[in-house]
Design a protein around this ligand. Structure first.
Ligand code: ZN
Ligand code: ZN
Length: 117
């Protein structure tokens, strides 16, 4: 069994960590983000285990919905101008605290995630 790789993300604008120790997912601090879907905005906590699709959310969203992510500290949108090469949805871009970047497709259920070092 390979060891789970966990990632710690930070906002690329304000530099604040997105880890929320008070809200674990998969036994690790969750990655807290402000999410918006149409008129609704709510918080989600993504798993910090790389490749895990587990998340907790204050609101339900359907498979195929495109969710916009923003920083819970400075509210800057984390969406980049890149598009997912699988489904064409916008891609959110985060910084890793130890350098490098991670891109996550914003379409629920797409599961496209990749690391840039
Ligand atoms: Zn921020
Ligand atoms: Zn996608």
């Amino acid at each position: 069994m390979p060891r789970n790789i966990t990632v710690e993300l930070k906002c690329r604008y304000c530099g604040e960590s997105l880890s929320d120790e008070s809200h674990p997912v998969d036994g690790n601090p969750g990655i807290k983000l402000k999410a918006s879907l149409g008129e609704n905005s709510f918080f989600v906590w993504l798993s910090s285990v790389f490749g895990s699709n587990n998340l907790q959310s204050e609101a339900q969203f359907k498979k195929g919905d495109i969710v916009e992510f923003a920083c819970p500290h400075c509210s800057a949108p984390q969406t980049s101008n890149k598009k997912c090469d699988v489904c064409g949805a916008p891609v959110a871009l985060f910084k890793l605290t130890d350098g490098g970047k991670v891109r996550v497709c914003t379409r629920s259920g797409c599961k496209n995630i990749w690391l840039d070092f």
